[in-house]
Ligand binder design. Structure first.
Ligand SMILES: Cc1ncc(COP(=O)(O)O)c(C=O)c1O
Length: 442
C-alpha cells in the first residue's frame, strides 16, 4: 500500500462510510474530464466529482483568479466592501431570475440552506418549513432536517416545524395510480401538496423548499406544470418558494439555473458547487428584491466569518465569465441531446435499465430487476450485498468514475465534455450493463 493511502486510512475520516473497509484510490493528476491514479490509469470523471466540477479539472482562468486574489487580499472581513465580493454578487444577480435582488454568501450548499431557512422564517414570521421526500439538502443539522432521505435519520428527532411532502416521481406512481400525461402527474402531486398545506395550516408555513431538479435522489425532473403549480400554491397561501440549485444550477441543465427551464421565479435560490467549479468552497442565498427590502429595515440575523470570502468570490467571477465566454451552455444543449439518445439506446437494449432521466448534462440510469414490475435492483435504503457498490466499482475499473444512490447511477459529466468523449465513456457503461443483465437473469 502506498504511503499516501496508508496515512489517509490512518488519519482521515471519510464521508458516509464505516471506516474499516475502505480502499480509496490515490489520485495524482486531473485535467479536463479525466483524472489519473498513482498507477497512471486514466479515468473519465462522469459525475464531475460531486456534480460540482462543471468546467472540469484544471481550468486555467479560474486557477489564475484564485492565485491573483491570494496575492492581493486573501481575506478581509465580511463587513468591508471589496471589488471581488461586490462583483461576484452583481454577476450572480445579473444571471438570476429578474425578481432577485441580493446575495448572502456562505461556504457550501448546506450552509446556504441553513441560512435560507432562517431568512424565510425571519421574513415571514412563520416557522413551518416544507421539503420533499427523496431530496438532499446537505448534512448540517438544519439542512439534514430538510433532507428527505435516509441521510437525515442521524439528525433526528428533527427540528420542530419541518414537514415532508411527496414530490413527483412519475416513473413510480403510488399503487393504483396511472398518469396518462405529465400534466396529469403534476395535477396529482399538486393536489396532494395543497391538501397537506391545508392540514398543516398555511398561516404557519414559512417556505416550501425543493430542488428544481432533484439531483442525488435520482434526477427527478418535475413534470410539465409542476413548478408553476408550486409557485401558484405559494402565491395563494402566502408561502415562500425556495429552490435549491446547489446541484442543478450553473449550467448543469443548459441554463443558469434549472428553474429557468420551467419559467418560474422563486423567492429564494440557494447555490454552491458549480459557482466556483468546485475549486474553492462557496455557496450562497439569492433573495428576491422584496425580501432584500425587508432586510433593509430589519436585522438579518445571519453571519459567517467566511461570508463572501475573497478567494471564493474571485473564483465565482472567473467561473461565471467562463460559462459565458466559452459558450458552455450551447455545449450542454448539443452534447446533452447525444446523452439523451445514448441513454434511450441503453434502456432499449438492457433488461436491467428501468428508466433513464436526463436534462442537459444531468442524468441518471435507474436499475431494476424486472422492467415489467419495476422492482428496483436493490430495495429502498437496503443493499446488504453491496450490489450497487460492485457495479460502480466495475465501472471504475473500466475507467468510468461515478457514484450510485439507491438503485440509480449518476451520469453528469463536466459541461465541457465532447461528443466523442461521451460516446467513448458510455461504451464502458454499456459493457457493465451487459453484466448486470446477466446478474438479473431468472
Ligand atoms: C441539492 C443539494 N443541496 C445541498 C447540498 C449540500 O451541499 P454541500 O455538500 O456543499 O454542503 C447538496 C450536495 O450534494 C445538494 O445536492
Amino acid at each position: 500500500m502506498s504511503q499516501i493511502k496508508e496515512n489517509s486510512l490512518k488519519y482521515n475520516l471519510y464521508s458516509w462510510s464505516a471506516q474499516g473497509a475502505l480502499n480509496p484510490d490515490v489520485i495524482t493528476r486531473a485535467e479536463g474530464v479525466f483524472f489519473w491514479n498513482e498507477d497512471g490509469r486514466k479515468i473519465y470523471d462522469i459525475s464531475s466529482q460531486l456534480v460540482n466540477l462543471n468546467l472540469g479539472h484544471g481550468h486555467k482562468k479560474i486557477i489564475q483568479a484564485i492565485k491573483d486574489q491570494a496575492e492581493k487580499i486573501p481575506f478581509i472581513g465580511p463587513g468591508f466592501a471589496i471589488d471581488v465580493r461586490s462583483e461576484a454578487a452583481r454577476k450572480i444577480i445579473e444571471v438570476a431570475p429578474d425578481n432577485m435582488g441580493k446575495v448572502f454568501f456562505a461556504n457550501a450548499g448546506a450552509e446556504a440552506n441553513e441560512n435560507a431557512i432562517k431568512m424565510a422564517r425571519m421574513y415571514s414570521g412563520k416557522y413551518k418549513i416544507f421539503s420533499s421526500y427523496r431530496s438532499y439538502h446537505g448534512a448540517s443539522y438544519g439542512a439534514a432536517n430538510l433532507t428527505g432521505e435516509p441521510r437525515r435519520f442521524p439528525s433526528e428527532p428533527g427540528i420542530p416545524g419541518f414537514v415532508k411532502f411527496i414530490g413527483p416521481y412519475p416513473y413510480r406512481p403510488p399503487k393504483g395510480v396511472c398518469f396518462a400525461t405529465e400534466e396529469d402527474a403534476s395535477a396529482y402531486y399538486l393536489d396532494l401538496l395543497e391538501e397537506q398545506i391545508n392540514f398543516e395550516g398555511p398561516q404557519y408555513i414559512a417556505a416550501i423548499f425543493l430542488e428544481s431538479v432533484v439531483g442525488s435522489n435520482g434526477v427527478l425532473i418535475p413534470p410539465q406544470g409542476y413548478m408553476a403549480g408550486v409557485r401558484a400554491l405559494c402565491d395563494k397561501y402566502g408561502i415562500l418558494m425556495v429552490c435549491d440549485e446547489v446541484m442543478s444550477g450553473w449550467g448543469r441543465t443548459g441554463t443558469w439555473f434549472a428553474v429557468d427551464n420551467f419559467g418560474v421565479k422563486p423567492d429564494i435560490i440557494t447555490f454552491a458547487k458549480g459557482s466556483t467549479c468546485g475549486y474553492i468552497p462557496l455557496g450562497g442565498v439569492i433573495i428576491s428584491k422584496e425580501i432584500a427590502a425587508y432586510f433593509d429595515k430589519n436585522v438579518m440575523f445571519c453571519g459567517l466569518t467566511y461570508s463572501g470570502h475573497p478567494i471564493g468570490c474571485a473564483a465565482a467571477c472567473a467561473t461565471i465569465d467562463a460559462y459565458r465566454d466559452e459558450n458552455i451552455f450551447a455545449n450542454v444543449q448539443k452534447v446533452g441531446k447525444v446523452l439523451g439518445e445514448i441513454l434511450e439506446g441503453l434502456k432499449q437494449k438492457h433488461a436491467c435499465v428501468g428508466d433513464v432521466r436526463y436534462i442537459g448534462l444531468f442524468s441518471v440510469i435507474e436499475l431494476v430487476k424486472d422492467k415489467a414490475t419495476k422492482e428496483p435492483l436493490v430495495p429502498y435504503n437496503q443493499d446488504p450485498e453491496k450490489i450497487m457498490g460492485k457495479i460502480v466499482g466495475q465501472l471504475y475499473r473500466g475507467g468510468f468514475y461515478t457514484y450510485s444512490h439507491e438503485n440509480t447511477i449518476q451520469v453528469s459529466p463536466p459541461l465541457i465534455i465532447t461528443e466523442a468523449e461521451l460516446r467513448d465513456a458510455m461504451g464502458i457503461m454499456d459493457q457493465v450493463l451487459d453484466d448486470v443483465d446477466k446478474m438479473i437473469q431468472p
